[in-house]
Design a protein around this ligand. Structure first.
Ligand code: ADP
Length: 431
């Protein structure tokens, strides 16, 4: 690829734009915090500001743009694209009654059966903001509309929690249920992430974007972060060592275990299989300050395992790799030396990570080949060495973790038909 691309990320705490050149080098980068993350007017103003803060020379060169947003942040808008409902954020769970209604319609344990899913939110919005001729859009869909002017378009990734089936490339049959049927006109048409949708509107051009720039279908913030990581072959995985442990493995096949929260996002002909444990680095903060974590980690000898076998949950209940809502935290015995206690915790989290990848492969995902690492725990060398031993494959720190970088890579790849890629996802070294 030989193009300049702009990736724009709307995440949980702020928004960022990154422009990449043909070699995948960062030409410009801007960032804004969102004072009111649920205010679409602020999203729009932030989008314009992010673009205008890219130096004019770079802005004029941009040939493709893709936007990612937080998954299941949604709104209703009228036929002009003006919001007619509040934006419901990714973690908004007010739609409990709608969830009960949907539980009688969708298959058991389906991804949409959560109070925060896009489909449950659509049911709630329809009840409270009835509209004729309107559109239900995700954050990324609506922001892209501001640039290309076309309403009613979403992508495989954002639409997964709306119930869209990316393998069959259609909404499932149960959408014809009498309660859901009236919502059909509101549903977006769904295309592959990165598909070119159109060129900039006049307003977008007035920001200095070329009239020939192509605006692409977007993705979600977590998939954009995966794309940024450097993972691109079948068997590549990204572990996020944040508050919780989140695993994503690039596979030839989709797998799912709805009860365990395991599901697959489509990436061209490949599948991004994911699961999240309730355990994670948050437990470390219960026992150690950041300084202690750094200091004690230096005293850990990864070659001398402690033999400690904890299950370091913050509270009762686990979903993945074992689905057991009654599983109790296990944090005993506790050695007198704090660095050994920390080592025991890191080993136990590494064991859970290893069991997680094992579980995904047992369900049919492609074999694990190498693991990139993101999140606050990624830069702990002792943990990296321990994980390497448990996983038995190369483990590295992700060179890039910015979702905006991943969105720019998605924009770069959009002329290639991702569906025709068999063995690897097309992003190797930037564009
Ligand atoms: P999130 O975005 O999920 O809240 P982050 O990716 O910001 O999490 O990572 C925060 C986590 O990183 C904290 O739970 C903290 O315990 C962990 N962390 C920070 N420093 C270290 C370290 N040196 N070693 C291991 N874990 C660490």
């Amino acid at each position: 690829m030989t193009i300049t691309a702009l990736g724009i990320d709307f995440g949980t705490s702020g928004a960022r734009a990154i422009a990449l050149n043909a070699k995948g080098e960062i030409l410009a980068s801007t960032r804004r915090t969102l004072a009111q993350p649920d205010n679409p007017q602020e999203w729009a103003a932030t989008l314009w500001e992010l673009i205008q803060e890219i130096p004019l020379k770079v802005r004029q060169q941009i040939q493709r743009i893709a936007i990612d947003g937080t998954s299941a942040t949604v709104l209703l808008c009228n036929p002009d694209g003006d919001p007619i409902s509040p934006a419901l954020l990714y973690n908004d769970d007010r739609a409990q009654e709608s969830l009960k209604v949907l539980a009688g319609i969708a298959p058991a344990n389906h991804l949409v059966l959560s109070a925060t899913s896009s489909l449950v939110k659509l049911l709630w919005l329809w009840e409270h903001y009835p509209t004729a001729g309107g559109y239900f859009l995700h954050q990324a869909d609506w922001l892209a509309f501001l640039l290309h002017g076309q309403l009613g378009i979403s992508d495989w990734h954002n639409a997964l929690k709306l119930g869209y089936d990316p393998a069959a490339e259609t909404y499932p049959d149960w959408f014809y249920h009498p309660i859901l049927a009236p919502l059909q006109p509101l549903l977006p048409k769904v295309v592959a992430p990165g598909t070119v949708i159109g060129t900039p509107t006049r307003i977008a051009q007035s920001l200095g974007l070329s009239s020939e720039c192509q605006i692409c279908a977007g993705t979600t913030d977590s998939i954009a972060a995966f794309l940024a990581s450097g993972a691109h072959h079948v068997g590549d995985a990204v572990t996020s060592l944040g508050s919780t442990l989140v695993l994503k493995l690039l596979s030839n096949r989709p797998v799912q275990d709805r009860a365990a929260g395991i599901y697959s996002h489509r990436l061209g002909d490949l599948w991004l299989v994911g699961g999240a444990s309730n355990c994670g680095a948050a437990i470390l903060g219960q026992f150690f300050t950041p300084t202690e974590l750094e200091h004690l980690s230096r005293h850990i000898n990864p070659q001398q395992p402690t033999g400690l076998d904890y299950y370091p949950l913050l509270r009762r209940g686990e979903r993945f790799p074992v689905n057991d809502p009654h599983l109790e935290p296990r944090l005993e015995p506790r050695p007198a030396e704090p660095h050994l206690f920390l080592q025991g915790l890191l080993e136990s989290l590494s064991r859970i990570e290893q069991q997680g990848y094992q579980r995904l492969q047992t369900l049919g995902a492609s074999p694990l080949q190498r693991v990139w690492t993101a999140g606050g725990g990624a830069h702990n060398p002792a943990w990296l060495a321990i994980r390497q031993q448990f996983l038995g494959v190369p483990v590295a720190i992700s060179p890039q973790t910015e979702a905006a970088y991943g969105a720019a890579l998605l924009a770069c790849g959009s002329t290639n038909s991702l569906q025709n890629r068999q063995q690897s996802y097309p992003f190797t070294s930037g564009c």
